[in-house]
Design a protein around this ligand. Structure first.
Ligand code: FMN
Length: 277
């Protein structure tokens, strides 16, 4: 199995960390990942800023609160952006790529959109007047022992469960499920997308395969309390798994904005497509 599929299968949100700082090699590795993003598809190129904050500076603890959800994280990656609408898929795609690289390095991570003290994080980074800070992510060495909070979060969020293929992937229309056999070489990249993390494990991605194109939609969440479209961000995460897996299997193509002309249920919105070569 290639590193992409293997890492996707292995990654899980980590909320309890060993109480030790990042090694200098890992700190440098993370800083390199944040600074040198490569080969980003045009549609995910919205301007984003990534910042690495450490939980101890000059021998003192820095207040970076997570309401007790995250234990002992030695550092956090923080994402800020000015560009609200289109930035969402860009954050999802580009930050998940960093999460997978960090997982490959043996580090634990956990996307956080809700359970963090925004003012404590925003105080420590440079932000423009229009900027938002939608996501932070602890990073460090997974603790051997899970905390009770972590166990409760995983159980309540049904974190180990994923929706079945027939709820997510369709052929030609939203009425016709796509069987893995009909997906051909793309059965593995779609399966890797299915395993992606999402906010509250909602898995809002829906894909319609039609005439050599995979059209990506997101299911709306009318109850969203964030003031920005977290489900678009989730679809970006799914697109990252799909794309990296496709590339790792030598499948070529490109992300485009298309006009699929497919009858769409009311709570579904079209975002972008993968045109297979
Ligand atoms: C965009 C996004 C936001 C998330 N926000 C939070 C959060 O605020 N607090 C938290 O404990 N977990 C959060 N999570 C983690 C999800 O609950 C988790 O990814 C999901 O339950 C699947 O579990 P897994 O990541 O272990 O596969 C978030 C995940 C994503 C992708």
């Amino acid at each position: 199995m290639n590193w992409v599929d293997e890492t996707i299968k292995r990654r899980k949100s980590v909320r309890a960390y060993a109480p030790r700082p990042l090694s200098s090699a890992d700190r440098q590795g993370l800083q390199d990942l944040l600074a040198e993003e490569k080969n980003t598809p045009e549609i995910f190129a919205a301007p984003l800023s990534f910042h690495l904050l450490e939980s101890r500076e000059n021998g003192k603890d820095v207040p970076l609160g997570t309401y007790g959800v995250i234990r002992n994280a030695p550092a956090f990656i923080v994402i800020s952006t000015a560009n609200r609408a289109e930035a969402m898929e860009a954050i999802g795609y580009r930050f998940e790529r960093i999460v997978l690289e960090a997982t490959r390095m043996g580090l634990g991570t956990c996307w956080l959109a809700g359970t963090f003290r925004k003012e404590q994080f925003s105080e420590r980074i440079q932000m423009g007047p229009e900027d938002i800070l939608p996501i932070v992510c602890p990073v460090g060495y997974p603790s051997e022992r899970k905390t009770l909070t972590e166990k409760v979060f995983r159980a309540v969020g049904k974190s180990d469960h994923r929706k079945a293929w027939e709820e997510l992937f369709f052929s030609g229309t939203f009425g016709e499920p796509l069987a893995p056999e009909k997906a051909g070489d793309y059965a593995v990249p779609l399966e890797m997308l299915r395993l992606a993390p999402s906010a509250a494990n909602r898995q809002p991605w829906r894909i319609v395969f039609s005439q050599g194109m995979f059209h990506f939609y997101r299911e709306e969440n009318p109850a969203s309390k964030y003031g920005y479209d977290l489900q678009r961000l989730d679809v970006g995460i799914g697109a990252c798994h799909f794309h990296l897996s496709a590339l790792s299997h030598g499948l070529e193509g490109s992300f485009v904005k298309a006009a699929p002309g497919i009858r769409t249920p009311e709570n579904m919105a079209y975002l972008f497509s993968w045109a297979a070569k």
